[in-house]
Design a protein around this ligand. Structure first.
Ligand code: APR
Length: 246
């Protein structure tokens, strides 16, 4: 099947489905200038070992290293803008072709692109909280502390502050359980820009009857998918939009 036949089939899947969800990964945000994690040559994990600088263990044992070498990568996300791939997912939701977006990303670009129902299964960078008293802080406060003080950010109670991002070693956020319940009700999962190499997020593909994968490189789940398109997310989603508008 050639590319345009695949776009037609994808539009057909969406029209035939009762409830469609998207599952997005870092690959949907690379066209917004944010590197993903595992692309050869550019993925963040080629430069940084997440277990060394972005795990709960490092945050507790060496908060200085966590903030100076790990979290610094997340702070770069705040000025990023959505790209056409995010915008088309927002359009699909508006036109009721899509019931919501499950995202592994913490960059908040789906909300900036107008998606209303977003489940952030790896958390987000809008807020943080105290590890002792659980008090919530806006990320601006934490960023301000990092800009002016060499020491890791602390709460008024003296406890260490941490971002509301799901770190390696964390339990899954509530949004993951919400996404699981939603996936069980869906009959099409549109995977966009994920290698599907991290569990339990990748297990969501097993809960939905039909799976379509849009990803530049092959993923671990291609063999199980009903449709696979190895192309750029923005190109595929813009062509899908034209097909659905036609
Ligand atoms: N269009 C489509 N696919 C793309 C694009 C693009 N423009 N750019 C990159 N990709 C693909 C890459 O080929 C890659 O397979 O997106 C995929 C991104 O995979 P990862 O880098 O593994 O990112 P992701 O799947 O989101 O990782 C999941 O791993 O480290 C954790 O918490 C982190 O949420 C992250 C999780």
């Amino acid at each position: 099947m050639n590319y345009s036949e695949k776009i037609k089939q994808l539009a057909g899947f969406i029209r035939q489905s009762r409830r469609v969800l998207a599952l997005t990964g870092a690959g949907i945000s690379t066209e917004s200038g944010i590197p993903d994690f595992r692309s050869k040559g550019s993925g963040l994990w080629e430069k940084v070992d997440p277990m060394e600088v972005l795990s709960v263990q490092v945050l507790k044992r060496n908060p200085q290293r966590f903030y100076r070498e790990g979290f610094v990568h997340f702070l770069k996300l705040e000025n990023a803008r959505p790209n056409p791939a995010h915008e088309v997912l927002g359009w699909l939701e508006q036109r009721e072709f899509l019931a919501g977006v499950i995202t592994q990303n913490i960059d908040g670009l789906h909300q900036k692109a107008g998606s209303q129902r977003v489940m952030e299964v790896h958390g987000h960078i809008r807020t943080g909280h105290c590890m002792r008293c659980q008090k919530k802080y806006p990320m601006g406060f934490i960023r301000g502390k990092l800009d002016t003080d060499i020491n890791p950010p602390k709460c008024t109670c003296g406890g260490l502050l941490r971002p509301d991002v799901a770190l390696f070693g964390d339990a899954m956020p509530n949004d993951f359980w919400r996404a699981t319940a939603e996936a069980e009700q869906a009959d099409l999962l549109l995977v966009v820009g994920s290698s599907l190499s991290v569990s339990p997020a990748n297990s969501l593909t097993r809960l939905v009857e039909r799976v379509a994968i849009i990803n530049l490189e092959p993923t671990l789940y291609d063999y199980q998918a009903d449709l696979v398109i190895h192309e750029k997310a923005s190109r595929v989603l813009l062509d899908l939009k034209s097909q659905l508008e036609g």
